[in-house]
Design a protein around this ligand. Sequence first.
Ligand code: PMP
Length: 295
Amino acid sequence: MYYNDQTVLFLDGKFVKAKDARIDLFSQTLHYGYGTFEGIRAYQTINGVKIFKAHEHFERLRKSCALINIPFHYTAEELTQISYQVLERNKLTNAYVRPLVYASPNMSLTAPKEVSVMIAAWEWGKYLGDQPLRVCVSSYQRPNPKSVHVEAKVCGHYVNSILATTEARERGFDEALMLDAKGYVAEGPGANFFFEKDGVLYTPPLGNILPGITRATVLEICHELEIPVEERLFRVEDLFDADSAFFCGTAAEVISIQSVEGQPFRKPWKSSLGAVVQEAYQCIVLDKSYSYVIV
Ligand code: PMP
């Protein structure tokens, strides 16, 4: 479960028991999804508990709020310190940290003037497991960037994600791959997408996707390890003669994709560029050097 009787979370300047924390039923976030959140991971590294890229996550939270006109009064550094305290008070080391900015009671369709900030943490295994995924192409598109700010992590956007994953599971797949409003491959419901073809990794450019912090880390790894990587638009058909593919995200980390619509990728995962990236990612989050990966 996400919490028990002892769990403590941060709520508006105080640490309170999760079981005692209350939300107003007239919160605008509950009715209209008008709120923002983050998904962050902490790891027990060789140098103690470290929240991976905390600054980047809280900066994205600040930007998400700015994009949808939600007031935000904390700095990334303050929220990082608070998150460490949440972990410490709950004796958590390897954990998922969930900040949520939610609105006060407001039934009108205008941006809230007051919001609450909550930060909770719990132990959470790899979100999509560790087995290669059988992925389908979703009938649901990612939200049109002319309708919402796709680059913001807004609560309501996740209705789209839940629809896609639910449809995928109903069709007997593990996860969905979603296209953008123009029919190009965009991302998963909660993760970014990469595929490998002839020694090059490809991923969609920013514009129709959430700018994933894991995606940025993968790009850094590629740069570091001199793995050629291109950000460009492509279609589902381009995947059918590809070598390998993976999803990446904070909760899912780096997870291989076995097939798309039943069509398997050509390379065994172990010999794919994705596997190199996956191993490097594990090293980075655990504060270990990963130069040995390419030796
Ligand atoms: N796309 C979507 C739609 C997501 O929800 C997530 C998870 N936050 C990602 C991509 C990956 O982002 P990150 O690597 O920052 O977790």
